[in-house]
Ligand binder design. Structure first.
Ligand code: PBG
Length: 324
């Protein structure tokens, strides 16, 4: 097929043709909405680098989850900000920890939406790293025990799915075993499998108050230059029992999403992270980009690359657009 016999523009003539041949259709069913929960009452503290997002106390969180449910969003992903941090991350697995309290409240008030919990230690450790410290290095095998205990405490509180994001080796297996041992074999694991050491998490670290006090996360999160390694990381997580694998961030890593989609026969999630959100918001705020169009184009591109599930701070806004 070549010009002049073939003229691709014939099928782009109007929106009806374009709809008819559209390959990728974004749906509200694809979206997961991340939220930040903190202790207290009537707290709704704006996150300056993420317009429209807040650290919310449980009362406001419940309202927000109801709004997400009413927009048809199938799941929320919760991050907790504890009232105190220590070197053992004890707030991560405490029965009365912020996530455990929030999950119980949300499940009771809004039973008809999935509650996914992020399983990591960086919000709970005094040093801000995602695992246990020994000297200046992050110890792997003691960390995965704590991650197992943390995931179990989320499941006991009623979480529908747990999502380990600490990038410790063996974390999926440790969590799967901790859950199964106590009878939570029905709780799936969505593994942050290919999680890169990315500067695009900057705004999140303000939101979750989880920036490391020293050093960086490069000894556990992946080098942005690597893609074969992402496949090895995902293979391990699949073998350890992950039910869903994830690539994070999304937009700068669409090639990794595509490779993962071709390589693995499991649902694939992509995390459209805080920095990806903030860039669009900032540019829109300056009048440099049409924020809504940039949002829809980005989310569609992530889906086109191969993501079945998109975790995004745009979830509510996109759901509202998709509804029109
Ligand atoms: C916890 C975690 C982070 C994000 C999700 N889970 C921060 C980090 O690894 O530093 C980032 C999400 C985002 O930027 O939106 N480890």
């Amino acid at each position: 097929m070549s010009f002049p016999d073939y003229r691709p523009r014939r099928l782009r003539k109007n929106e009806h043709f374009r709809r008819l041949i559209r390959e990728t259709v974004l749906s509200v069913d694809d979206l997961v909405y991340p939220l930040f929960v903190t202790f207290g009452k009537k707290v709704k503290k704006p996150i300056s680098s993420m317009p429209g997002h807040f650290q919310m106390s449980v009362d406001y969180l419940v309202k927000e989850v109801k709004e997400a449910r009413d927009l048809g969003i199938p799941a929320v992903l919760l991050f907790g900000i504890p009232d105190k941090k220590d070197e053992f991350a004890s707030g991560a697995f405490a029965e009365d920890g912020i996530i455990q309290v929030a999950v119980r409240a949300v499940k009771e008030a809004v039973p008809d939406i999935l509650v996914i919990t992020d399983v990591c230690l960086c919000e709970y450790t005094s040093h801000g790293h995602c695992g246990m410290l020994e000297g200046d290095s992050i110890e792997n095998d003691s960390s995965i025990e704590v991650l197992g205990e943390t995931a179990l405490s989320h499941a006991v509180a009623g979480a529908d799915m747990v999502a380990p994001s600490a990038m410790m080796d063996g974390q999926v297996l440790a969590i799967r075993e901790a859950l199964d041992e106590k009878g939570y074999d029905g709780v799936p694991v969505m593994a942050y499998s290919a999680k890169y050491a990315s500067c695009f998490y900057g705004p999140f670290r303000e939101a979750a108050e989880s920036a490391p006090r020293f050093g960086d996360r490069k000894s556990y999160q992946m080098d942005p230059a690597n893609s074969d390694e992402a496949i090895r990381e995902m293979t391990l997580d699949v073998e350890e029992g992950a039910d869903i694998v994830m690539v994070k961030p999304a937009l700068p890593y669409l090639d990794v999403i595509r490779r993962a989609k071709e390589e693995f026969d499991l649902p694939l999630a992509a995390y459209n992270v805080s920095g990806e959100f903030s860039m669009i918001k900032a540019a829109a705020n300056m009048g440099w980009l049409d924020g809504e169009k940039a949002m829809m184009e980005s989310l569609t591109a992530i889906k086109r690359a191969g993501a079945d599930i998109i975790i995004t701070y745009f979830a509510k806004e996109a759901a509202a657009v998709l509804r029109r």
